[in-house]
Write a protein that binds this ligand. Structure first.
Ligand SMILES: [Zn+2]
Length: 457
């Protein structure tokens, strides 16, 4: 197998010592990192020959592949279907009709489109909270060459649900087990399956407890939207006698393999519970600003909670571009706390790399550029009017980096984007299919958007 040496490049390793190389190199053998260090050292140990590909990345920066811990792949075709509406209109009139009219092939095309946007923003690994057509998502991840964790959306209670989604508790668990059997370890091990819980509105206590037990038995994680909106806390108090996080703690399900998405409405005591149980948080800043509220992310980090970053879905954010979420994260907490030191770039970079990997229980495989880890990495070319000059590389990767600066992306030792060209699918074909599928799906679902402004026919 041919080895690859990337050299003459800046490297942010995000390893435990946070080593940064001004002029560094990464040696890759098959799907693994064989060595990381100064260019000089690695060049002298590697003998140039037909079995070593030398890539001079002068002027670039190499980072670990970015990790998006919460993205709804199958919602990409609903981008723009739910702008400027309240939560109930969003759910009942837009998203449920969209999702309940979706076919397996819609899910596949949606996931391809979303995946391309993710790759273009440097994402190499993602966690999907679960839609209805998991096969389409799995096929897309596999084809795109991404690494991903799948789940199925589970709902065993709740008013107003489309009839096709009303599973019994047993069915909800059985269907997830079937997906686990089908997808776990597929695509050369790049795909894993976790268990999904949608929200406390739609999940019985029995389902929540049995989901956690099953996750422990399988050695996987649980992915759940937690303490998302204020109404959820009121609902939990009314129906379960305690706010969401306190109730989940009472059920005994909060643990190191529990990924709590959004986690906006927590009090200080509940932040302490998250830290004590080593619960992982997926922070989705754009979705939070649109409808949920400010999560206490700096307070969580100070308490020792592992915080990761997600884009959420296209109808809640419109941008599945993780580098935009990094920028937003670096801004919104400073604004809320009136403190420009509240969210330093070091923390934001950790969220999308090493802490992202911890959040997905993959810290031994990905999240940093270290010997023995998977060769998942991103090449940044800062040579643009929007990013230059680079006085402070660590800060620039958060505050000035745009998706356009992501030049190449590698997963498992394979370039899935090189020099801004997606290598695994025909991007133009995907865009054409996405337009067709989105239009047909919207028609089928009967979703009508109110006309804005004064249209002249
Ligand atoms: Zn979500």
């Amino acid at each position: 197998m041919t080895k690859t040496l990337l050299f003459n490049t800046g490297i942010l390793t995000m390893d435990a010592q946070r080593r940064v190389y001004d002029n560094g190199a990464v040696l890759i053998d098959d799907d693994r990192i064989l060595n990381v260090g100064p260019s000089e050292n690695l060049l002298s140990t590697v003998q140039s020959g037909p079995d070593v590909q030398l890539l001079d990345f002068q002027g670039r920066w190499v980072l670990p592949g970015l990790i998006n811990t919460h993205v709804h792949l199958s919602q990409q075709l609903a981008r723009g279907l739910a702008d400027d509406v309240d939560l109930l209109t969003w759910l009942h009139d837009r998203i449920w009709p969209y999702e309940s009219n979706m076919t397996e092939s819609d899910s596949y095309i949606s996931s391809l489109l979303c995946g391309i946007e993710l790759i273009r923003s440097g994402v190499t690994c993602l966690a999907e909270p679960g839609g209805q057509h998991v096969d389409g998502m799995g096929q897309a991840i596999s084809k795109l060459g991404l690494r991903g964790i799948l789940a199925r959306s589970t709902m065993d209670m709740g008013e107003g649900l489309p009839p096709a989604w009303q599973d019994s508790t047993d069915e909800a668990l059985d269907r997830q087990l079937a997906i686990y059997d089908q997808w776990q370890g597929r695509a050369d091990g790049r795909i894993q399956v976790w268990l999904g819980l949608r929200t406390i509105f739609n999940n019985s206590d029995d389902l929540i407890i049995r989901t956690k037990q099953l996750a422990d038995d399988l050695g996987v994680g649980v992915h759940m939207h937690v303490a998302e909106v204020k109404e959820e806390i009121e609902f939990a108090r009314r129906t379960r006698g305690a706010s969401t996080v306190t109730h989940l703690e009472n059920l005994g399900v909060l643990d190191k393999n529990f990924l709590a998405v959004h986690s906006v409405w927590l009090d200080q005591e509940e932040i302490g519970i998250f830290a004590e149980r080593d619960v992982k948080v997926s922070h989705c800043p754009a979705a939070a600003m649109r409808v949920l509220g400010f999560p206490k992310i700096p307070e969580m980090i100070a308490a020792g909670v592992c915080v990761t970053l997600g884009t959420d879905g296209a109808p809640t954010n419109n941008r599945m571009t993780l580098v935009d979420e990094m920028w937003l994260t670096s801004l919104i907490h400073k604004g809320r706390m009136l403190d420009p030191t509240a969210m330093p770039a070091e923390n934001v970079l950790a969220m999308v790399t090493c802490d992202g990997a911890r959040g997905l229980l993959m810290e031994d495989k990905i999240g940093s550029l270290e010997v023995g880890k998977k060769a998942d990495l991103v090449v940044v070319n800062p040579n643009s009017a929007t990013m230059l000059p680079i006085h402070d590389p660590v800060a620039s990767m958060v505050s000035s980096l745009r998706a356009d600066n992501i030049e190449s992306v590698m997963v498992d030792g394979n370039w899935i984007m090189y020099d801004r060209v997606i290598k695994t699918v025909d991007e133009d074909d995907v865009l054409a299919s996405a337009r067709r599928h989105a239009e047909a799906l919207r028609e089928r679902a009967g979703i009508k958007l109110p006309q804005r402004f004064n249209w002249i026919q």
